[in-house]
Design a protein around this ligand. Structure first.
Ligand code: NAD
Length: 477
C-alpha cells in the first residue's frame, strides 16, 4: 500500500489496525485502499506539530499569508483533478464539485488577507479607567490544533479549518474522514510544492480509532470537530478531560418557512436546492418545510414535479442534477428512514424508495403533512428527504421552526420583506437566508445554536477561534 499519511513533511504508510476501502458510490465499487494511521503515528504527528509551532507562530504573518495564497493558487492548478476525485469518491455532480473548489480557493485567499494584517494588529492598547498603569492586548496563536472532519464536503470543510488555523500561527494535525480520505491528501501535496516547513501541517487518515487518538491526546491545545452529534459529544468529553477548548460543527434539522405571498415557482427552486444539493447530505439541509396552509397544495404539486425531473446517475459519465449517497452506511440509514415512514404511516408524495440501479442512489423524497412527533420530522436523516407541515400564522411558523433540538440554519421565503426580517430575527439558528439559495460566503460566519454546535467558523470569528488573548500590564510608577 502506498504512503498516504503526511507527518513531519514526509509521506508514510499507515501502521494502524484499520484497512480503509475507498468507494465510488455511483457504482458501489472500490477504487483505492489504504491502511489507517496508528495511534503512535498520531502521537508522532502531534509531537512534530509541537516542534514546528514556535518558528511558525513567530514567522511574520505576511510570510504565513504568502503560504496561504500559495494554497489557493495550487488548488486552482489542480481544479480538474479535484473535480474528478469529488465526482468519483463523493458522487457529486460536476457543477457542485466546481462550487467546492471555488469555496476552498476563496477560503485560503480570504484568510491570507486577514493574515497579512495580523502583525500590525497583534498589539493594541487598552484604555484603563485608572492612572499609573498601562495595558495592551496581544493576540496570539492558540498552539497545536487537532482538526477532525466528515465526508460530505471534504475539501471545503478542511479548508474552513486549515486556512484560519495556519493564518493564526497554529500548527495542525488533520484527520480526514475514512469515506473520503484521498481528497485532503491534496493539501499535503501542496505543502510539499510550497515548501511549507515540516510539521506545520500533518494529515493522518483513519477511522474512529485514529480520530479518538487525536481528540484524546494530551498534546493538543484545541480541537475543532465537524461531524455527528454522537461523535461530537465524545470529542467534547475528551476535551473536557483535558480542560481545553473545542469547536463543534454538528448536525441540523433545519426549517424552510414559506409564506402565502411568495412566488411559488421560485420557492420550489429554493426548496429543491435546500434539500437535494449534495443529495441532501448537508448539515444545513432544510429538511423541514413549513408552508402556509393556503398554498400548501399548490406548492406540493410544484415540488412533486420538480423532484421527479431531477436527473440522477454517475457524474463521471452523464450530466446529472443529483448524485448517489456517498457511502453504503449512509445509504442504509436513509433506507431505514423509508421503512420508519412506512411504519409511521406517513403520506409519501414522491420517492420513498431506492433507485433500481447499481450504486447507492435513492429517489428524492417528499412526505407531506408529517406529524410533529414523527421521527422523520425530528431526526437528521442526511439524505434528499423533505418533510412538510402546514401553518396558519407567522407566530405558529416561528414556533414550529424553533421547536427543534438543533439550531443550525433556516430559510424564509416571503414577498413581505419586513415580515421576512422579523421572522429571521425570531429564529434560533446560526444563519438565515431570506429569499435565497443557501449561499455561503467566507466573510460571514458558519455554525449553529443549541444542539448544532459550539463556536463559529469562517469570517473573523473563524480566525479568532484559533487565537488566544494575552494582556500585558505595566505599572508606570
Ligand atoms: P461522524 O461524526 O461519524 O464522523 C466525523 C469524523 O469523526 C470522521 O472523520 C470520523 O472518522 C471521526 N470519528 C469517528 N469516531 C470518532 C471518535 N470516537 N473520536 C474522534 N473522531 C471520530 O460524522 P459523518 O458521518 O462523517 O458526517 C455527518 C455528520 O456531520 C452529520 O451529522 C452532519 O450534520 C455533520 N456535519 C456538520 C457540519 C456543520 O458545519 N455543522 C458540516 C458537515 C457535516
Amino acid at each position: 500500500m502506498s504512503a498516504t499519511h503526511y507527518i513531519d513533511g514526509k509521506w508514510v504508510s499507515g501502521a494502524g489496525d484499520d484497512c480503509i476501502t475507498v468507494y465510488n458510490p455511483a457504482l458501489g465499487e472500490p477504487f483505492a485502499e489504504l491502511v489507517a494511521a496508528s495511534p503512535l503515528q498520531v502521537d508522532q504527528a502531534i509531537c512534530v506539530a509541537r516542534k514546528a509551532l514556535k518558528d511558525w507562530r513567530d514567522m511574520s504573518s505576511a510570510r504565513r499569508a504568502a503560504y496561504l495564497r500559495g494554497f489557493a493558487e495550487q488548488i486552482e492548478l489542480r481544479r480538474e483533478s479535484l473535480i474528478t476525485l469529488q465526482m468519483e469518491n463523493n458522487g457529486k455532480p460536476r457543477q457542485e464539485a466546481v462550487v467546492d473548489i471555488d469555496d476552498a480557493v476563496a477560503t485560503f485567499t480570504y484568510y491570507a488577507g486577514l493574515a497579512e494584517r495580523l502583525d500590525d494588529e497583534q498589539n493594541s492598547d487598552v484604555p484603563l479607567a485608572v492612572t499609573g498603569f498601562n495595558s495592551c492586548t496581544r493576540v496570539e496563536s492558540i498552539g497545536v490544533v487537532g482538526l477532525i472532519v466528515p465526508w460530505n464536503f471534504p475539501l471545503v470543510t478542511s479548508a474552513w479549518k486549515l486556512a484560519p488555523a495556519l493564518a493564526a500561527g497554529c500548527t495542525v494535525v488533520l484527520k480526514p474522514s475514512e469515506i473520503t480520505p484521498l481528497i485532503e491528501q491534496t493539501y499535503g501535496h501542496i505543502a510539499d510544492v510550497l515548501g511549507l516547513p515540516a510539521g506545520v501541517l500533518n494529515i493522518v487518515g483513519g477511522k474512529a480509532e485514529t480520530g479518538a487518538a487525536l481528540s484524546n491526546h494530551p498534546g493538543i491545545d484545541k480541537l475543532s470537530f465537524t461531524g455527528s452529534n454522537a461523535v461530537g459529544s465524545e470529542v467534547m468529553r475528551s476535551s473536557a478531560k483535558h480542560c481545553r477548548p473545542v469547536t463543534l460543527e454538528l448536525g441540523g434539522k433545519s426549517a424552510i418557512l414559506v409564506f402565502e405571498d411568495c412566488d411559488v415557482d421560485q420557492a420550489v427552486e429554493w426548496i429543491v436546492s435546500g434539500i437535494c444539493w449534495n443529495a441532501g447530505q448537508m448539515c444545513s439541509a432544510t429538511s423541514r418545510l413549513l408552508v402556509h396552509d393556503s398554498i400548501a397544495n399548490e406548492l406540493a404539486l410544484g415540488l412533486k414535479s420538480a423532484f421527479e425531473k431531477l436527473r440522477m446517475g454517475n457524474p463521471l459519465l452523464v450530466e446529472i442534477d443529483m448524485g448517489p449517497i456517498s457511502s453504503h452506511a449512509q445509504w442504509s440509514k436513509v433506507r431505514a428512514y423509508f421503512d420508519i415512514a412506512l411504519t409511521e404511516g406517513l403520506q409519501c408524495l414522491t420517492g420513498g424508495k431506492l433507485l433500481d440501479s447499481p450504486g447507492w442512489f435513492v429517489n428524492p423524497t417528499i412526505y407531506v403533512d408529517v406529524p410533529l412527533t414523527s421521527r422523520l420530522w425530528t431526526e437528521e436523516i442526511f439524505g434528499p428527504v423533505l418533510c412538510t407541515h402546514r401553518f396558519s400564522s407567522e407566530a405558529e411558523a416561528v414556533a414550529l421552526a424553533n421547536a427543534s433540538h438543533f439550531g443550525l440554519v433556516a430559510t424564509v421565503i416571503s414577498a413581505d420583506l419586513v415580515r421576512a426580517e422579523r421572522v429571521a430575527n425570531a429564529l434560533e439558528v446560526g444563519h438565515v437566508w431570506i429569499n435565497s439559495i443557501q449561499a455561503v460566503f467566507v466573510e460571514t460566519s458558519w455554525g449553529g445554536t443549541k444542539g448544532s454546535g459550539i463556536g463559529r467558523e469562517l469570517g473573523p470569528w473563524g480566525l479568532s477561534s484559533y487565537q488566544s488573548i494575552k494582556h500585558v500590564t505595566r505599572c508606570l510608577d
